[in-house]
Design a protein around this ligand. Structure first.
Ligand SMILES: [Zn+2]
Length: 149
């Protein structure tokens, strides 16, 4: 699954975020047929946004879609999704969420599973490395991203 186009796109997005000085988290929404519908990275710092986490950026980049487009879809994300992004995945009833890593942070994985959404955790070294570097350099920005003082 680390070779999936969606996962590769999510990691590329996370790297873009790191280059921009932002929170290095990327995401990509892929259709049931395997087509990339949208991709993006966390833009809180870059855009001064309260809501542009990676998964929300990916959903935004996919634009307005009929409900049926999400039902067989997979959300790839480099980090375990927070409550907000978990909620978006539940609301749109994506079929599966593939997570790069959940050592840095564990979000709403149990909630996803309780709503019948398949959860796969890859424990990817590159994803962990991006977060470790960012948190070491900017611990306050990381806490802000997950709503901690
Ligand atoms: Zn989030």
């Amino acid at each position: 699954m680390e070779d999936d186009v969606g996962f590769k796109a999510a990691v590329d997005e996370a790297k873009k975020g790191a280059e921009e000085g932002g929170v290095p988290i990327g995401a990509c929404l892929v259709s049931e047929q395997g087509k990339i519908l949208g991709q993006g990275h966390n833009m809180r710092i870059q855009k001064g946004s309260a809501t542009l986490h990676a998964e929300i950026s990916a959903l935004e980049s996919a634009g307005r879609l009929p409900a049926s487009a999400y039902h067989g879809a997979t959300m790839y994300t480099t980090l375990s999704p927070c409550d907000m992004c978990t909620g978006a995945c539940v609301m749109y009833k994506v079929k599966r969420v593939v997570i790069g890593e959940n050592k840095t942070f564990v979000g709403g994985e149990d909630y996803l599973k309780s709503r019948g959404i398949q959860v796969v955790v890859l424990d990817n070294i590159e994803c962990k490395g991006l977060m470790a570097t960012f948190i070491k350099e900017k611990p306050q920005d990381w806490n802000e991203d997950i709503g901690e003082p």
